[in-house]
Ligand binder design. Structure first.
Ligand SMILES: NC(=O)c1ccc[n+]([C@@H]2O[C@H](COP(=O)([O-])OP(=O)(O)OC[C@H]3O[C@@H](n4cnc5c(N)ncnc54)[C@H](O)[C@@H]3O)[C@@H](O)[C@H]2O)c1
Length: 438
């Protein structure tokens, strides 16, 4: 394909060179004439492993060239990738100046074009930017309609400086946010020769994935460093610890614990976080990441309480009382905290939890229930259906097929607050559905 790349920085120069090597014809565009001249002379504008040779080969074969002229680049191509910088401003916000400028320039050329063209944002931009900034600028400047007269995609870049050529050919994934299928098909075609799990999705999902990735990578580094600082001050080899930690692909490096939902609880995570952060304190070691986890967890509890308090005066039913399904363990169950708070604020509450009901009669937890939460255990009813039939608002606290069946029978006018994403097809529910963070 014929591709224009706007921005000959780390992302643009490497993407351009590698796309040319893949067999596409690429024209790089940059406002900086020095970078443009360097590309045209076959010299890399950035220092990066393997890139010099690729640029030399691809420019001498005529597959890769550069210009400062937007119209020239757009006229000769079918797809434009926007790879310009989006630096931080002094207050931390993202500067979209270059993205806006390029979008306007591209839009002006699209105005006089009588064929289909696709604009792809590859720069990192916050969710909503493509739809609310890039598309309106393109539409205004071109007088045309995105998704009809021209295509728009968000295709985030996952390369790491230092190994960017390798990363281009071996990406962890290819994410194509598309305004419509036709736009996405064009980008999909460009990467056809590169093997990677490909996700075609909404523009905003693609934008958000990039931020989730980078924030998580940053979190991983700081987490490992804090573990390292505590371990080393105790004379423990932190690398041995993290090697074993990373070998666990069931619970540690896995999708487990990475699903947005309710707060964690139970008899281990809160207790062990408290113990380790207290130990760090006694060692005079700062662990801001570890210290921030319990406050973050409390905020998820507070958010749930705020959601429920909107229904003051209504009958509230809770499905699931323990901190996760299939257990009667109520120690540090965050849903118990939610119930205690809303009860204290005067809400009328009923609760159903099969395992807690059994434990209440004869289980090992009988004593805990009678001593610690007698005020709550008296609010328990015998079935999920009883809750679904008699309560105005039903809060789902943990996962079970029984709860799923019960909410399926709820009627219009009733409300479901789902803390655990018990169902994926809530559009089919008659009751008004809301997820805690989706
Ligand atoms: N560097 C990385 O490792 C990396 C990885 C993934 C994503 N990203 C994202 O990709 C984007 C680009 O990053 P980068 O590191 O390549 O930036 P960079 O600063 O190295 O390069 C940006 C280039 O855009 C050019 N430019 C600015 N305004 C222009 C305009 N109006 N027309 C044409 N060119 C213009 C600049 O002259 C510069 O050469 C950013 O949003 C960044 O967050 C970067």
């Amino acid at each position: 394909m014929n591709i224009a790349i706007f921005g000959m920085g780390y992302v643009g120069a490497v993407s351009g060179a590698c796309l040319a090597q893949l067999g596409h014809k690429v024209i790089g565009v940059d406002v900086n004439p020095t970078k443009v001249n360097m590309i045209n002379e076959g010299v890399s504008p950035i220092i990066e492993k393997d890139i010099d040779q690729i640029i030399k080969e691809q420019t001498s074969s005529g597959n890769y060239s550069a210009t400062t002229n937007t119209a020239e680049a757009i006229d000769a191509t079918d797809v434009a990738f926007i790879c310009v910088g989006t630096p931080s401003q002094r207050n931390g916000s993202l500067s979209l100046k270059a993205v806006e400028h390029v979008s306007e320039q591209i839009g002006e050329v699209l105005k006089g074009m009588d064929r289909y063209y696709v604009v792809v944002v590859r720069s990192t931009v916050l969710p909503g930017t493509v739809e609310s900034v890039v598309v309106p600028i393109l539409e205004k400047a071109s007088g045309k309609k995105a998704g009809e007269d021209f295509g728009v995609c968000m295709n985030p870049e996952f390369l790491r400086e230092g190994s960017s050529v390798y990363d281009f050919y071996n990406p962890p994934k290819n994410v194509i946010g598309q305004i419509d299928k036709r736009s996405g098909d064009a980008v999909f075609e460009i990467y056809r020769k590169i093997e990677a799990p490909t996700f075609r999705t909404e523009l905003t999902v693609a934008e958000m994935v990039k931020y989730s990735d980078n924030c998580f990578h940053a979190l991983k580094v700081s987490f490992a460093n804090e573990v390292g600082n505590i371990a080393s001050s105790l004379g423990i080899d932190s690398h041995k610890v993290m090697e074993i930690f990373c070998s666990d692909t069931k619970l540690n490096l896995s999708p487990y614990y990475l699903k947005p939902g309710f707060a964690f609880g139970g008899s281990c995570l809160p207790k062990d976080l408290r113990a380790l952060t207290y130990k760090a304190k006694t060692l005079d070691i700062e662990v801001p990441v570890l210290n921030s986890i319990l406050p973050s967890n409390r905020e998820q509890v507070a958010k749930t309480i705020r959601e429920i308090m909107q229904y003051k005066g209504k009958k509230i039913g809770f499905l699931g009382l323990s901190f996760k399904g299939g257990t009667d363990d109520l120690r540090e169950s965050p849903i118990v905290e939610v119930i205690e708070t809303v009860l204290g604020k005067g809400l009328s509450v009923k609760i159903y939890d099969k395992f807690v009901s059994i434990a209440r009669l004869m289980g090992a937890n009988k004593e805990y229930i009678e001593k610690e939460i007698p005020h709550i255990s008296t609010l328990m009813v015998e079935s999920a259906t009883e809750i679904a039939e008699n309560c105005d608002v039903v809060v789902i606290g943990n996962k079970s097929d029984e709860f799923k069946d019960a909410i399926a029978s709820m009627k219009e006018g009733q409300v479901v607050i789902d803390l655990v994403r018990i169902t994926e097809d809530w559009e089919d529910l008659a009751a008004d559905y809301s997820g805690i963070c989706w």
